[in-house]
Structure formats: C-alpha cells, structure tokens
Write a protein that binds this ligand. Structure first.
Ligand SMILES: [Mg+2]
Length: 113
C-alpha cells in the first residue's frame, strides 16, 4: 500500500469512527422515541397497510420540515427535521417489530389487530 493509500485509509477510518459515534447517539435518540411512542400508543401490531399511513405521516413531517424558510412552509408544519427523522426511524422499527412479532405468533390482541 502506498503512503497516499495509507493516509487515505487512516483518514477514512477516522471518519468512520466519527460516523459510528454519531450513529450511537442517533440510535439512543431512536430508542428514546420508541419508548415515547410506546407510552403514547401501547404495543402496535398493525397490518402492513395499517403501518403505511403512520410511516407516511412521519415522512410527510420530514418533508414539511424541509420547507422551513420557503414560501411553501406554514406555521402549522413540522419544523425540526432531526426530530421528524428520529420519529420516522422509530415508526419503521416498530413496523418491523410488528412483522416479526406476528411471525412468531405474539401480541395478536395488541392495538391494531
Ligand atoms: Mg412527527
């Protein structure tokens, strides 16, 4: 490996380490959001078609937050893109958890079923 390649690899490794450290914080935020959503809505075991509008609503709020500062933005729109991305990620995880739980035969009497 050339010195240039070694230097590039070293830089890339440091950047990956930074990304992983950030990801650890993001994952912690998503876990906190999962707890918040669970406390609000209980265990949710919707059909895939039931989950889609829930995920779509959160994704729509990500889109709203992207419009902050534009003439399309309304005061009633979501404005915190990180918060909305975390909420979207938490819903996606809950959707996968619902699929896997149903596959295992669990929680069929929870909300949404
Ligand atoms: Mg939201």
């Amino acid at each position: 490996m050339s010195e240039e390649q070694v230097a590039y690899s070293s830089k890339a490794i440091k950047e990956v380490a930074v990304d992983i450290a950030i990801a650890d914080h993001v994952i912690a935020d998503v876990k906190d959001e999962l707890v918040r959503q669970r406390s609000l809505y209980g265990v949710q075991r919707h059909s895939n078609h039931g989950w889609l509008p829930i995920l779509g609503e959160e994704f729509g709020e990500v889109c709203q937050a992207l419009q902050v500062g534009s003439e399309a933005y309304k005061n009633s729109d979501a404005d915190d893109i990180e918060k909305e991305l975390i909420q979207t990620a938490a819903v996606a995880i809950s959707w996968v958890a619902s699929i896997r739980s149903k596959r295992r035969g669990g929680n069929s009497d929870a909300k949404g079923n």
